[in-house]
Design a protein around this ligand. Structure first.
Ligand SMILES: [Zn+2]
Length: 89
């Protein structure tokens, strides 16, 4: 799952550039950004998950517009830590 850092919204809208949040999609379609598109992972984590795992942001950057997405770990919603399996042998 990815979250738009600018709008704090879940990115669930499909576009030619990938999944974006509703507000970013609106911007892309009503006022298309200009210039070359660059896309890259930021080198510094922007947040940490509950398990202290770093969450990195993926950036799509045009000359006049930028979308930053934070990627949350898939298992972040699963709080169970899978303890040692009890054996009843
Ligand atoms: Zn957005």
């Amino acid at each position: 799952m990815t979250i738009c850092l600018e709008h704090q919204s879940v990115e669930d809208q499909a576009t030619p550039f990938g999944m974006v949040c509703p507000q970013c999609k609106h911007r892309l379609y009503t006022n298309p950004p200009e210039g070359n598109l660059m896309s890259f992972w930021e080198s510094q984590p922007v947040a940490y998950s509950l398990k202290r795992e770093p969450c990195f942001a993926y950036t799509l950057r045009w000359e006049d517009f930028r979308i930053r997405s934070i990627h949350l770990p898939e298992d972040d919603l699963v709080t169970q830590e899978s303890p040692e399996i009890e054996s009843h042998s």
